[in-house]
Write a protein that binds this ligand. Structure first.
Ligand SMILES: [Zn+2]
Length: 470
């Protein structure tokens, strides 16, 4: 059946935005402090999953909820299964929004709100692609499963639960990244340097705090310090702010000097897109006379770990021709005097280098500073051949509907759900011409981008699961 996809997507605009508004309003940030048996990741993610599945039931689909951790919408019949993997959880909103992050706001043709770009907007666009096929009565000769996870931004608990309890799909895509298409993703591994809390210098670091998540460049950093000459410290801080690409503020009270640095948040897979408030604050403080664990903590952050996303200072710089550079994000920094703290580093690595290489270099750093080192979760690099039908079919649809004939699949710093299937790729919904605001304040997507994505997704599902694909 021939469908004028762009026209049909435009016809669904109002319904789509109404449903998106409903989803954005649910604060589906993982919240372990408030988890229950029914909501293992806190109330928000479970509520967003239920809301999405309820919409699909309203639209006449069969749905399944897997223990409030994952769920799926099913349509079509066939021996093979096409999977679409999206997620309903969102990153914490963070400070500094111009609009309420949990109220969908349309301004100058853009849809603002946490999740408009990552991933509620794209997830819903893909869902609407499937819904349009159903509404038009298109018969699919493969089974399509639209699968929702609830923990993409942390540990993938939801999607892992799906893959532990359900058969592996034949192939699929995840609308949780960018267009045109990602057929390769770097490996992803985190390391935590554990720090003890002793101060042994003339100056004293009472507390230091930066970063919400390992996969995010910290926008804000705060420290409380006590020095022999607090006035000189404040003057030096003001001068530092003048010279550096960060802003901040400072106040002094009975606890000491409270310093606050504001940089720029960004997704941790490309730290160059952000300005790390934490390492800048450490760089400033490391010129003073802090000693012991506090001194090591500041010297490392402000020195070897500062402004070095390609890890040259630790001697690890590495590039693969297809998959690109090894990158490092200093995502979480925490120090409490007398108690201790940690530095969490997130690495994205191409094929050709492994987490063992990283661990070797970091072990040395840990030994030199009397830190302890712990390896976190790891995902190895993922690559689907460019001539696999999942790649060629989606690329053909993308070129057809955008007119971008020269578009080619690409490799990124990853961590998308695409890697959960051998023949899995990431596909949209951020267009090359649109600013990437995922994980940032004032996250948005142009409404027209979301509608074009809807058309591309619908056409792609049709091509993958209909006779058109053969
Ligand atoms: Zn996402």
């Amino acid at each position: 059946m021939s469908i004028d996809w762009k026209k049909v997507a435009a016809d669904y605009r109002d319904d789509y935005l109404e449903d998106l508004k409903h989803l954005i309003a649910i604060q589906s940030v993982r919240d372990d402090a408030n988890k229950t048996e029914d909501a293992p990741l806190g109330p928000g993610p479970a509520k967003a999953l239920q809301a999405f599945l309820k919409m699909a039931e309203r639209d006449g689909f069969e749905t399944t909820n897997l223990d409030n951790l994952a769920g799926f919408v099913e349509y079509g019949e066939g021996a093979e299964t096409i999977a679409i993997l999206a997620h309903v959880d969102v990153m914490p909103a963070g400070e500094g929004w111009a609009t309420d992050p949990f109220t969908l706001t349309i301004k100058d043709g853009n849809a603002y709100g946490r999740g408009t770009s990552d991933d509620k907007g794209p997830a819903l666009a893909a869902y609407y692609g499937l819904k349009i096929l159903k509404d038009q009565g298109v018969k699919l000769n493969k089974k399509v499963r639209f699968i929702l996870g609830t923990d993409e931004e942390s540990n993938w608990t939801g999607m892992n639960h799906y893959f532990e309890t359900q058969p592996e799909p034949t192939m699929g895509f995840s609308p949780d990244a960018e267009f045109p298409l990602i057929n390769g993703e770097k490996g992803n591994v985190s390391f935590t340097l554990g720090v003890k809390g002793e101060n042994a210098g003339d100056d004293s670091l009472k507390g230091f705090d930066a970063g919400l998540r390992e996969n995010m460049v910290p926008r804000d950093a705060t420290a409380i310090v006590e020095t022999a000459d607090n006035e000189a410290l404040v003057a030096a801080f003001t001068e530092f702010l003048d010279q550096m690409p960060v802003v901040g503020d400072v106040k002094t009270d009975g606890d000491g000097v409270h310093l606050h640095v504001i940089g720029k948040a960004a997704h941790g897979m490309e730290p160059k897109n952000g300005i790390n408030a934490g390492t800048y604050l450490a760089k400033f403080l490391s010129q003073f006379n802090f000693g012991g664990d506090a001194g090591h903590f500041l010297a490392l952050l402000g020195g070897a770990l500062h402004d070095d996303s390609r890890v040259t200072k630790l001697g690890l710089a590495f590039t693969d021709d297809i998959m690109g550079d090894l990158t490092m994000n200093v995502g979480v920094m925490d120090f409490q005097a007398g108690q201790g703290g940690k530095i969490v580093l997130n690495f994205r690595y191409p094929k050709g280098i492994g987490s063992d290489d990283l661990q070797g270099a970091l072990t040395k750093v840990a030994e030199e500073n009397q830190f302890d080192l712990q390896k976190g979760r790891e995902m190895v690099p993922h690559y689907v051949a460019p001539d696999d039908p999942i790649v060629t079919t989606l690329m053909a649809t993308y070129r057809e509907l955008t007119g971008e004939q020269a578009a080619e699949p690409e490799v990124v710093g990853g961590g998308t759900y695409g890697r959960l299937m051998k023949r899995g790729v990431a596909f949209g919904a951020l267009f090359p011409h649109t600013e990437d605001t995922m994980h940032q304040v004032d996250e948005f997507q142009p409404v027209n981008d979301l509608l074009l994505a809807m058309a591309i997704y619908g056409r792609s599902i049709q091509a993958l699961s209909n006779d058109l694909a053969d």
